[in-house]
Design a protein around this ligand. Structure first.
Ligand SMILES: Nc1ncnc2c1ncn2[C@@H]1O[C@H](COP(=O)(O)OP(=O)(O)OP(=O)(O)O)[C@@H](O)[C@H]1O
Length: 718
């Protein structure tokens, strides 16, 4: 658990951090109590030249030593004194600022002693430290997610008594974030959770995108209380009793890069919605209120720029028992539920995929129809794309023959609408927009669209969305594969069909494109393509295959992978998800031939992720390293039992130097058996880092014995 304690220890005497820390502590101790309070307040709410503010929740009760330690932890030894000097100047304590600056200059000279601190200008070392901090922070977050948390615990104080005010609920597409947010509202309303809050407001970000006129925080609150005039003055009197549930941060179109000086400070101030939300996130208004924000992981980086996440909890999806419970509730009929479960359990991958509730829902919906009609869920379905295609087939089979005839045209138009929406980060479409695509709602409503009544400014308008955002992303992907039969020329100008444009933008706005790109890979699978063509009557062309392949290979230079001096490592599990969806071993092997390893430290691997990762490992021609240090989640059965064997069994690998780092990845003593067998068969393994695993002395002995005659070094950390 070493990495989880990201709390820095007290700086050691004589260390560079110690000097910065000592100077800072000295400066803080010189401040009278009132000034020290102003210092903390500015630290939490001031402008630190783009640097993060320390959340007030942490500073509120901090004494001088705590404040020094928090500042060192947040800004590091190199920047901490800059921040302190700037804060002192902001609160007009210019003498104190000058003394601190002078002390730093003197201290700086003494640091020039050999072997003490880093020479000036060595920015690469600095950057390394920054990366390291990010990584540790992520590992810390993941750790938090793993200690199982219930809704009622989200705002509970941590063991050291500190209560978070900003909690982020993180989860993949369709994992149940909106469901959880709505459940929170219901549970709070019936006094089951969060009794400490007098008012809880639910803001769905997709609605925020539609607001065109200016709005104050008070207006946003009023919108959450429809039909009545809420007691706003009373509500705003005690901000610490307010909780805002901000659902679907990833769906917000706003950039949130306004300077601090543009933000509002009063809840009655009417400003563009973007500014108002930003002010709420950055706590320049109602800074004592609490926020619960849900988001897909891809938007975490953007979120981190506009708010200080104080606690991050990941929704992991349904456990096996919960999947069973879901089936029973869905079917109501015990016999049908048991039969459906038996079928789905017969396809282990499908059952695993059902850990994502939306997949569970689609599966059950298809199965339910299967009981009344011909079977439509193939036993072989094992990709997310496959499930969505089966759903579409099911809908198509339920259409009247007249509607079915129009299906290719309707589908092509619908795909244009979906793609246009994905590019414009639009989830809700107004009636005229849908009509502009010459889509008659009666045709498409049963297919995918949900109708919502939305209060836009003073009017009520009908808006439509795909039955779930992930369906919009599925249809947006299909847009790039459908052969244009000419009729789309009459539609509003949408995005180009050039997939390269989408891929180029993936790096910048990945959270909007990630699932769409994953579906693109899935739709290239020949079997899936054929099934879709047969069911819908549309022509689907695999002409983008080469583009996707080249993009993956080129992605050595993108955020998907990291190119070190000698090796190119896959750094994002998303690459493996894309490759898994295509289920084409030749494609996967060719794509992976450009990489030499996988580096996924601090990733939360669920069982499906493990299946996905294992698929890539199995088809990895030049795998030299697999680093899963600090990866957490359910035990890595798949990787323990299969991946090592698969790696060693690959022809052509004997000359490869294989180094495996499995530190802290939940490798158990049992897993050592499989690992040992694999290692025996693979004399090319030269290094094995096992870090802080649970394998016990027997496990280590077993491994060492296996490796006695080889050149492999085993490193453990316990
Ligand atoms: N706890 C649950 N119990 C039953 N069904 C659930 C649960 N959570 C989610 N679902 C089902 O899964 C669907 C998707 O859930 P939800 O919309 O909450 O996901 P999400 O994480 O918000 O997805 P996205 O990031 O794509 O917006 C829901 O419409 C519902 O059918």
């Amino acid at each position: 658990m070493g990495a989880c304690s990201s709390k820095s220890s007290t700086p050691k005497e004589g260390s560079p951090q110690g000097i910065a820390g000592e100077l800072l502590l000295h400066a803080l101790e010189e401040l009278p109590q009132q000034d020290f309070k102003r210092f903390r307040d500015t630290l939490a709410h001031g402008d630190h030249g783009g640097r993060r503010c320390i959340p007030w929740g942490r500073l509120e009760t901090a004494d001088r030593t705590d404040t020094k330690n928090l500042m060192l932890r947040f800004y590091g030894k190199d920047a901490v004194l800059d921040v302190a000097v700037a804060v002192l100047e902001q609160i007009h304590l210019c003498d104190a600022a000058a003394r601190l600056r002078e002390g730093r200059e003197k201290g700086g000279k003494s640091q020039a002693a050999p072997g003490f601190g880093c020479p000036e200008g060595e920015t690469c070392l600095g950057k390394g430290a920054e990366r390291q901090r990010d990584e540790e922070q992520r590992e810390h977050e993941i750790m938090q997610a793993n200690s199982s948390v219930t809704i009622g615990d989200l705002f509970k104080p941590s063991p050291d008594g500190w209560t978070p005010r900003v909690v982020v609920l993180l989860g993949a597409a369709g994992i149940g974030k909106t469901m959880a947010a709505k459940k929170i509202m219901l549970d709070w309303a019936s006094d089951k959770v969060f009794v400490e809050f007098d008012y809880v407001f639910y803001i769905h970000c997709r609605d925020g995108n539609l607001l065109t006129s200016e709005a104050s925080v008070a207006d946003l609150i009023s919108r959450c209380c429809p039909g009545s005039s809420p007691p706003l003055t009373e509500m705003l009197k005690s901000p610490e009793k307010l909780l805002f549930v901000i659902d679907g941060f990833d769906e917000l179109r706003f950039s949130f890069d306004q300077p601090q000086s543009d933000l509002c400070s009063q809840p009655w101030e009417k400003r563009p919605v973007e500014i108002t939300l930003s002010s709420l996130f950055r706590k320049t208004v109602l800074h004592e209120c609490s926020l619960l924000v849900t988001t897909r992981p891809a938007a975490l980086q953007k979120l981190g720029k506009c708010l200080e996440c104080e606690r991050c909890v990941e929704i992991l999806g349904f456990s096996e028992a919960e999947r069973e419970e879901y089936f029973h509730k869905f079917f109501e009929n015990a016999k049908q539920a048991a039969a459906a479960l038996q079928f789905v359990r017969g396809n282990e991958t499908l059952f695993t995929m059902c850990l994502v509730p939306i997949v569970c829902w689609i599966t059950c919906t298809i199965m339910k129809q299967q009981f009344s009609r011909k079977s439509s869920l193939a036993q072989s379905t094992k990709t997310t794309t496959g499930i969505y295609i089966r759903y579409l087939s099911m809908l198509s089979s339920s259409l009247s023959s007249e509607l079915k005839q129009d299906m290719p045209v309707v589908l092509r138009r619908l795909c244009c609408l979906a793609a246009d929406g994905v590019w414009k980060q639009k989830v809700l479409f107004e009636e005229e927009e849908v009509q502009r695509y010459t889509l008659d709602q009666r045709e498409v409503l049963p297919l995918l669209l949900n109708e919502h009544i939305f209060q836009k400014d003073i009017d009520c308008v009908s808006t439509y969305s795909f039955i779930h955002l992930s369906f919009q992303e599925f249809f947006a992907a299909l847009f790039y594969l459908l052969e244009d039969e000419g009729e789309t020329q009459t539609l509003p100008a949408g995005p180009t069909r050039d997939v390269n444009k989408l891929l180029e933008n993936y790096g910048n706005s990945r959270n909007y494109f990630m699932l769409t790109v994953r579906f693109l890979f899935g739709l290239l699978n020949e079997e899936q393509r054929n099934a879709l063509e047969k069911e819908t009557g549309c022509k689907i062309s695999p002409k983008i295959t080469q583009e996707l392949l080249m993009w993956l290979q080129k992605s050595q230079k993108t955020a998907l992978a990291v190119l070190t001096q000698e090796t190119t490592l896959i750094r994002e599990l998303e690459v493996c998800h894309c490759l898994y969806e295509i289920q084409d071993e030749r494609f996967v092997t060719t794509a992976l031939d450009h990489f030499t390893g996988v580096y996924l430290r601090g990733v939360n691997l669920n069982r499906f992720d493990q299946i996905v990762l294992s698929f890539s490992i199995k088809n990895f021609p030049r795998l030299e390293s697999l680093n899963l240090g600090h990866s957490q989640g359910q035990k890595h059965h798949e990787l323990q039992d299969e991946a090592p064997a698969r790696v060693s069994a690959r022809p052509g690998s004997p000359t490869a130097r294989l180094s495996r780092r499995l530190g802290c990845c939940n490798l158990t003593e049992k897993g050592c058996g499989a690992l040992a067998t694999a290692l025996c068969a693979n004399p090319s393994v030269t290094e094995l880092h096992l870090g802080d695993n649970e394998l016990g002395d027997r496990g280590v002995r077993r491994l060492c014995e296996s490796l006695r005659d080889g050149a492999c070094r085993v490193q453990t950390l316990r």
